[in-house]
Design a protein around this ligand. Structure first.
Ligand SMILES: C[S@@+](CC[C@H](N)C(=O)[O-])C[C@H]1O[C@@H](n2cnc3c(N)ncnc32)[C@H](O)[C@@H]1O
Length: 264
């Protein structure tokens, strides 16, 4: 979906750097600024994986780089670090409320929202979602199947998908029954430090009504955008980190060019 001056999505015509193709776009910049530019009510769902600002129990642990916190790759093979993950607990929660409120304005009534998070930030995320005016509807589980064993402790083997809707969500939407637990290992050969499995995202996007327009304001490697397109949705991503704007949009373009035609 190349965005141009005639686009019905954006409120004014000042250009935003972006890349895209048929039915998809990734915009480059801070989502807080870019969201202000969208017309109200233009998205049918938000499916996203924000920076968790997690990775430790104490402030000095949380202030480490994203590679130090979330990756075990050695320095030579390390992937680029990403922005926005060093907030302290209260700043992160406040920021979450701010962007979740802004994003609600650009969603239709009844639009679903899905937010990835880990166990540490789960309570703050469910608060933030509700403070921003969304209805919180539940938590689905992403079982990663493997994780580091910890003597005398439970494995931290799951992440969570907090989900809800923008006001009421009619049960007669043309969407089938979705699972509450998803079992997928982390992707092999990933290009983003915290990339989500493509097959997982292909299942999650199905919370949106068929053919709807999905927003991922923290696009990273473009996994949600790619999954959405492969399942026949329109998709708009936003990504602030220069390296991931390029890597993610290159990846989506390449994968879509080499994929079978998206579902209509
Ligand atoms: C957890 S990662 C998303 C990974 C993605 N789900 C994937 O599969 O690759 C979060 C992404 O949000 C981006 N980000 C952080 N703050 C942002 C902001 N204010 N606006 C836009 N993107 C932001 C980061 O650069 C990072 O790539």
């Amino acid at each position: 979906m190349p965005l141009n001056s005639n686009s019905k999505l954006l409120q004014n015509t000042n250009p935003i750097e972006h890349r895209g193709g048929d039915g998809w776009t990734i915009l480059h910049g801070d989502m807080l600024n870019i969201i202000q530019r969208f017309e109200p009510g233009v998205f049918d769902a938000v499916i996203t994986d924000p920076p968790y600002a997690s990775g430790g129990s104490r402030p000095n642990e949380r202030n480490r780089t994203t590679n130090q916190k979330y990756s075990s790759m050695d320095k030579e093979n390390a992937l680029p670090d990403f922005d926005g993950d060093q907030k302290d607990q209260r700043s992160w929660t406040n920021w979450m409320v701010q962007w979740l409120s802004d994003v609600r304005r650009v969603c239709k009534e009844g639009a679903p929202i899905c937010l990835f998070i880990d166990w540490r930030q789960l309570p703050s995320m469910t608060d933030a979602l509700q403070w921003a005016g969304w209805i919180w509807r539940g938590v689905a589980v992403w079982d990663k199947l493997t994780s580091r064993p910890q003597k005398g402790r439970f494995r931290q083997q799951s992440e969570f998908i907090v989900w809800g809707s923008n006001s009421t969500m009619p049960v007669n939407r043309p969407v089938g029954c979705l699972p509450g637990v998803f079992r997928y290992t982390n992707p092999q050969n990933r290009i983003h430090v915290t990339e989500k499995p493509l097959q997982l995202m292909r299942e999650i996007v199905k919370i949106c009504e068929p053919g709807g327009r999905i927003l991922d304001p923290f696009a990273g490697a473009g996994t949600t955008v790619l999954a959405a397109r492969l399942e026949g949705y329109e998709a708009v991503g936003i990504e602030v980190t220069d390296a991931y704007f390029k890597l993610g949009s290159d990846r989506v373009q390449f994968e879509l060019e080499n994929a079978e035609a998206p579902k209509p």
